[in-house]
Write a protein that binds this ligand. Structure first.
Ligand code: SAH
Length: 353
């Protein structure tokens, strides 16, 4: 066994658990690995493991702030109004969005939902006025919410089912010698598979994310009751698909998700079609799900890039590179999607055709 003490810690715990009680669910593996991963570090930026859109350029957060201000203004300028962000990372998106929104008179109360104490400290430095919560339940019920979640749902643990000769089983994590490997559980799980997917051929994997479903269910309920709007931005898909989408990133490289639990960022693609269905079933409206590049361009990111480059000509190349990274089809432009939700009676959202 190699690696630092922390890695040995979670990997050793998992190994002991599996030896003593048998394979653990993928849900538990991913959930505990990410809780450990985020609790102890700042994973963002060139010195970290990965970089997110708000860390690439201020333009990203600014356009989100403008979108929210536009919704708030056309929604009737309600007060009080709450800015709610799920998993705010370093607080960069919130800082940029709130600065842009303020120019249009939007000065919301700020609520951050964050589980990592290391990241809460960084968020406090970026946005000193924020209030922190463990989950949505303590966010006020009075006044509309303007909610943002960038690369949040993809960090929540997935559950996987696999079709074997005898039917469907939960896909678990077991041990082969010292190595973690996916294995089929021994309890029948056919009842957990929707009828139209039950007859898939052997080896088929169906992945769901109970935490993402629960989050969108709760946000939609708040929108239906309090009004407001929400943006969920993530790497994801819009059509039914099969297979595991679990992946791990460490130091800007893809690594084996089973190699160093707790030391690499584990993510899974977001199933946007299912999220939209859940939101609508709770009485919220889905404004649309579009590619990030399309959405940012519709909101005027190119004009914003021109303006920034004009005021800082020495930054011109860096601004163009950031624009391409955020919007290019071969970059984050198509794989990343933006899903807009709103309360009943709230306006259509800019950028969702
Ligand atoms: N939105 C930020 C960070 C994305 S990384 C950005 O775009 O840069 C995922 C974020 O969600 C981190 O802040 C992480 O600590 C937080 N997070 C992950 N799982 C969480 C959970 N179950 N509850 C609350 N926050 C969580």
């Amino acid at each position: 066994m190699s690696g630092d003490a922390e890695e040995a810690g979670l990997a050793a715990t998992f190994r002991r658990l599996i030896v003593n009680t048998g394979p653990i669910s993928m849900l538990q593996y991913m959930g505990e690995a990410n809780a450990r991963y985020y609790a102890s570090r700042d994973p963002f930026g060139s010195a970290g493991d990965f970089i997110t859109a708000p860390e690439i350029s201020q333009m990203f957060g600014e356009l989100i702030g403008l979108w929210l201000a536009d919704m708030w203004i056309r929604g009737g300028r309600a007060e009080p109004v709450h800015y709610v962000e799920l998993g705010p990372g370093r607080g960069t998106l919130a800082r940029d969005a709130l600065r842009a929104a303020q120019r249009f008179g939007l000065r919301p109360r700020i609520h951050f939902i964050e589980s990592s104490t290391a990241l809460r400290a960084l968020q406090l430095a970026s946005v000193p006025d924020a209030l922190w919560h463990h989950d949505l339940s303590s966010v006020p019920m009075e006044g509309p919410i303007l909610l943002v979640a960038n690369e949040f749902l993809d960090a929540l643990p997935v559950r996987q089912m696999v079709r074997v000769a005898g039917g469907w089983r939960e896909r678990m994590v077991g041990l082969e010698g010292d190595r973690f490997v996916p294995v089929a559980g021994d309890r029948p799980m056919d009842a957990a598979i929707p009828d139209d997917r039950r007859n898939a051929h052997e080896g088929t994997i169906v992945e769901t994310c109970p935490g993402a479903a629960a989050t969108v269910f709760e946000v939609a309920g708040r929108l239906a009751r309090q009004g407001g709007a929400a943006l969920f931005i993530d790497y994801g898909y819009d059509q039914v698909r099969y297979g595991s989408t679990l992946q791990a990133v460490r130091a800007h490289r893809k690594v084996d998700p089973f190699e160093t639990p707790g030391e690499a960022d584990l993510t899974a693609l977001v199933d946007f079609a299912t999220m939209a269905q859940i939101a609508q079933s709770r009485g919220a409206r889905c404004l649309g799900t579009v590619g990030q590049g399309y959405w940012l361009k519709a909101l005027g990111i190119e004009a914003r890039a021109d303006a920034l480059a004009k005021s800082s000509p020495e930054q011109d190349a860096a601004i163009r590179a950031a624009l391409d990274r955020l919007t290019g089809d071969d970059q984050m432009g198509s794989l990343f999607k933006v899903m807009g939700l709103a309360g009943p009676g709230w306006p259509e959202g800019a950028g969702f055709a």
